[in-house]
Design a protein. Sequence first.
Lengths: 207, 290
Amino acid sequence: MQMKDFVETQSGPIFTHPLLKLLATRLSVGILAKVELVLPPPLTGYQKAKIYVHLFEGEQEIDCKSEEWEDDLNAGLVDLGIRSIAIDVETDRFALALRSAFRKLENRVGDGYFSAVLVQFVAENEFRDHPDISETLKHIPHSPPHRGKNYDMYIEMVRDAIRGRGVELKDKLGYEVSQAVDILAGALGRYLDERFSLTRRRLLGLL
Amino acid sequence: MSALLEQLKISSTALLDEERAELARHLSESLNSADRLPSCSLLLIVAVWSEEKALKEVATELGYRFEKKSHSILGEYFVIGKVGDFEVIAVRTEMGSFGFAGSAAKAIYFKTATTATTIIQLGMAFGIDPTNQKFGDVLVSSSIIPYDRRDVVATDHGYQFDYAPAFPASPARSSIVELFTREQQQNELEFRVQVGAFISGSTRISSRLFRDEMVRTLQPLTDNPIIGGEMEGIGLLSVSNPDDPAWVLVKGISDFADETRHSHIKETRPIACRNAARFVLTALAKASEI
């Protein structure tokens, strides 16, 4: 490859993880793939999530690849259009994707302010009435965020992070609108649950 | 309680958000028993009395509360209140990471019970470079290297330590490290602040040779400069998902883990603890100014 080629637009996709290149090749010859996610149970300690990618020829499973969760890997799997094996798994997966999407804003404004802005956004949005979120919201302490000069920008960043995942569900993974909305709301509910330790508190009898 | 709060919301629509939140807070406090679980967004954890004392002094000087409370399950804690955008509670554990009330156990209980998203282990640490560091300098962890996580392998002349299992180092919570790094760059305080890797383990070290040998062995295995060491940080590795760490260490240099530490630590300990507390509370207060 010559030096001038490094400044030319590449015709194919650029893969950020070795598994993605392998999967792209397999998909191109008609192999089907599904994602499975294994999360450790909430009270057995904190461990990384694991991604399993099952490969099928027709109905027959022919291979399974496993990796520890990485945000870039999951983003690549979504770009390749690889769905999860079940809606519940898809919801968990997109809860982790939301965590990744929120991280930039969280790093910029700090945890305290980010939590306040996020909860304010959800409370003022239709999401608050979704069954997967309404119960969760009751148990999250909330004081309204300071509305400084950048407040509107931060609210937009929260909105864009959520909308970005919603568009991925509909356009890249091909879910119908109503199903994409349900997965997205469920994912947001699970993200909030994990962030504020709600399930752990419930299991310990503290909620 | 929640029904009353709903009524409060409906009847006070003319009030500003802040006023409504304040009324709700007073109402829920008065309706609940003394055993109500504390709620906070940030936990400050200290391990020994001198760290607690320093935090109390600095918090009071800066105009914050330091109200002792007790819960039948969690035990004692201190309400500091709103610092910047954070609701802050302080907890004292036993020294060290393990044991019934060590940093690991208490941090797990309090993080779960209070909905805290961030934990700061605050106090004192040892520096690793007496030439370029001073007593009272404040160290912020970008990562922890658990030096007890090692293999002991036999050699022809005895044995040696293989520290490969201690890597990759565990990263601290990026949002809070970034907040402290910004404060470090604007630092208007009278002490120096460094951000880098901590070595953490259960050993109380009073040997320059051991300290230097460990740092010499570990430094090539990480890109992050090693800036200090202590004993509670490894407990925090069990408190949160390694994909989404909740913790950071902020500690003042009280000694250099060498033969001379006992001769001066009574004088340097309070300075180290106060500087760390002042740095943290100052940085948190400024966070909402972004």
